[in-house]
Design a protein around this ligand. Structure first.
Ligand SMILES: [Zn+2]
Length: 139
């Protein structure tokens, strides 16, 4: 597969990856907090240490970076160099995500995922976050 992302774009994507997706997580956390939700962060007692845990709703939320978690979108386009390396790494992440989801669900948790690309613009962000709380309320 050819690298279809321009070099400047590529470094922007890589920069975001190295920032550990702090921004998308903060966006989700701030929104939920403003809406009155209370939650725990990175609960290590649960499989995969979910980014956000809402005990009252028995719900966990992962805020996933598209590249690392292998989302099928344009943000997840892989670098041309070291392709095998990245593919293996990302495949492993995806398998781990799936295992964690299965374990969480078997413990009775609902698992939700917010993707980085779903928060990219103001419009997308509003839709995604409204959709998220509607889903949380839907028990
Ligand atoms: Zn994505």
């Amino acid at each position: 597969m050819a690298d279809t992302v321009a070099p400047e774009k590529r470094s922007e994507i890589m920069a975001r990856i190295h920032a550990k997706n702090t921004k998308p997580e903060l966006i989700v956390r701030r929104f939920l907090f403003r809406k009155g939700f209370r939650f725990r962060l990175f609960d290590k007692r649960l499989p995969g240490s979910p980014d956000i845990v809402l005990p009252k709703y028995r719900t966990v939320i992962f805020v996933n970076g598209c590249f690392w978690h292998g989302h099928d979108c344009r943000l997840s386009v892989q670098p041309k160099s070291n392709m095998q390396f990245w593919q293996t790494k990302i495949q492993r992440n995806k398998e781990r995500d799936l295992r964690n989801r299965i374990r969480l669900e078997s413990l009775g948790w609902r698992v939700m995922v917010v993707w980085e690309c779903e928060l990219r613009t103001k419009e997308l962000r509003e839709d995604t976050l409204e959709g998220l709380i509607n889903e949380i309320w839907e028990i």
